[in-house]
Write a protein that binds this ligand. Structure first.
Ligand code: KIV
Ligand code: ZN
Length: 534
């Protein structure tokens, strides 16, 4: 029987360290629920000491999620460990994850300590954590650039102190697969009692080798792989979960390893994380990219039509790629809608179902053919982080090659409608300026703006567009999403969604906002420069 490789997902911790990515608590919960459906073994929910928000998210996940182990990261010091435990203690299966660097470079320049001091801190931290739980992971940060003898000494001492998992990170993505495989083999040979704990790896992608290094480590006896959905993570990211899982599955004859992953949840998980993180998945990304199962050349198409496996080493159905194209339409009722969503893995009831159904009905007025991907997009839209304090009531645009683009926007707040008009360098620019006049926010800057065609409509005419707008406020990013067959409307919804998050998460929901005709700093690409006065 194949050995088990444990999948440790760090999308919510290392993944959130991706530049520009920030999940709020609702989004983290939604991702954690999906990770549980994906059946990962461990969810690293966050780094509780870093902020009250991170603490609250880890605590909420620990309280709700059943099945996977819930891990919280902490440095090797008593305050961090206490705080991590406070957040984790209600989990069904809590794990305290302790990290301290072991490379001389980090010890000298970052920690300004000596090797013996680090060893002592690591041991004390593991002992303290064991006072709380019998599930303790120890990570030797920058392990791959550490002196092997010293690293083995630290791992051995932390195992002796009670660590149940020891993790060997390639923190800066410096290793080469064969070298990293040999490194892991050396650790297996030299560390006493290593066979009594789980040996883990955590690889970064600075040289594009995170997955290759992780798989080389598995071949050398690593039993846990730390990875993140879509390869999110610090700098160039972590090993991509979907690539690790499908690599082990597709080449089972080579690795002879199993994971507990429910493969048919992979695609949905990737979509959810991409949508909530605002990080688009590149088209040629392995496993989950748009082109991963598309065949362009005639020879390839001919081969696939004759026998799929001529050019496909994975079955798209296996990863849960929606196959049905046209499913629901104008005449479909709530029951059919709910059933189809359930088939796609989205279980909605109560208010969430009602709201999604209302959006679905609105969409059927504009789009004849509702595909599975449209439905997915509608459901993702239901994952709201914040109450919609400002709601789009109406939008009128006047635009063309010979007129100054003008927008009139009506927003509903507390039951009453506020209206403003503005000109801009493009229709989106004009609409966002009108919104700014209503909300009165002056320090919001739009830092990123992307539009994706979620689905192609008939003749490409009624495609559903999804806009992701990232705004910065008070040094923090807030990501909003909007969906519509009309990209100006989708843009307005995305921007409003982000503004609503700003208001909600910065505790300004109760305050009356002055209407002052204030300006934002950024504008969506293509919507023009900031030359038109409001
Ligand atoms: O990259 C790293 O070393 C880490 C540790 C916390 C495991 O993220
Ligand atoms: Zn990392």
């Amino acid at each position: 029987m194949a050995d088990r490789v444990f999948i440790f997902d760090t999308t919510l911790r290392d993944g959130e360290q991706s530049p520009g990515v920030s999940f709020n608590i609702q989004e983290k919960l939604e991702i954690a629920r999906q990770l549980a459906r994906l059946n990962v073994d461990i969810i690293e929910a966050g780094f509780p000491i870093t902020s009250p928000g991170d603490f609250a998210a880890v605590q909420a996940i620990a309280r709700e999620i059943r099945g996977p182990v819930i891990a919280g990261l902490c440095r090797a010091n008593p305050v961090d460990i206490d705080r991590a435990w406070e957040a984790l203690k209600e989990a069904e299966h809590p794990r305290i994850h302790i990290v301290i660097a072991t490379s001389d470079l980090h010890i000298k320049h970052k920690l300004q300590k000596t090797r013996p001091e680090v060893l002592e801190l690591a041991v004390a931290a593991v002992k303290q954590a064991r006072g709380y739980t019998d599930n303790v992971e120890f990570s030797a940060e920058d392990a791959s650039r550490s002196d092997l003898g010293y690293l083995c000494e630290v791992l051995e001492a932390t195992i002796e102190a009670g660590a149940t998992t020891v993790n060997v990170p390639d923190t800066v993505g410096y290793s080469i697969p064969q070298e990293f495989g040999e490194f892991i083999a050396q650790i297996r040979d030299r560390v006493r009692k290593i066979d009594q704990v789980i040996l883990s790896v955590h690889c970064h992608n600075d040289l594009g080798l995170a997955v290759a290094n992780s798989l080389a480590a598995v071949s050398s006896g690593a039993q846990q792989v730390e990875c993140a959905v879509n390869g999110l993570g610090e700098r160039a990211g972590n090993a991509a979960l979907e690539e690790i899982a499908m690599g082990l599955y597709t080449r089972q004859s080579y690795f002879n390893k199993d994971t507990g992953i429910k493969y048919d949840e992979i695609y949905r998980t990737s979509k959810l994380v991409s949508s909530l993180s605002g990080m688009a998945v590149q088209a040629n990304k392995a496993v989950v990219g748009k082109n991963a199962f598309s065949h362009a050349s005639g020879i390839h198409q001919d081969g696939v039509l004759k026998e799929r496996t001529t050019y496909e080493i994975m079955n798209p159905e296996l990863i849960g790629l929606p196959q049905t194209n046209i499913v629901l339409g104008k005449l479909s009722g709530r029951h059919a809608f709910r059933e189809r969503l359930a088939e796609l893995g989205y279980i909605l009831d109560g208010d969430r179902l009602n709201q999604a159904f209302e959006r679905f009905k609105n969409l059927t007025d504009r789009k004849k053919e509702i595909t599975d991907r449209d439905l997915e997009a509608l459901v993702k839209n239901e994952i709201k982080a914040a109450p919609e304090l400002f709601l789009l009531d109406y939008l009128h645009i006047s635009s063309g090659t010979t007129v100054v683009p003008t927008a009139t926007v009506g927003l509903k707040r507390n039951g009453s409608i506020q209206e403003e008009a503005a000109c801009g360098d493009g229709p989106v620019d004009a609409a966002l300026r009108a919104i700014d006049k209503i909300t009165g926010f002056q320090d919001i800057s739009l830092s990123e703006y992307t539009i994706n065609a979620v689905t192609g409509g008939k003749d490409g005419k009624d495609a559903l567009g999804e806009v992701s707008a990232r705004v910065e406020y008070g040094g923090r990013p807030f990501i909003g999403r909007g969906l519509s067959t009309d990209i100006v409307e989708a843009s307005v919804k995305a921007y409003l969604n982000a503004v609503n998050k700003v208001i909600y998460e910065t505790g300004q929901a109760g305050e009356e906002l002055e209407v002052a005709g204030k300006r934002r700093r950024g504008r969506p690409p293509g919507s023009g420069k900031k030359t038109v006065k409001k």
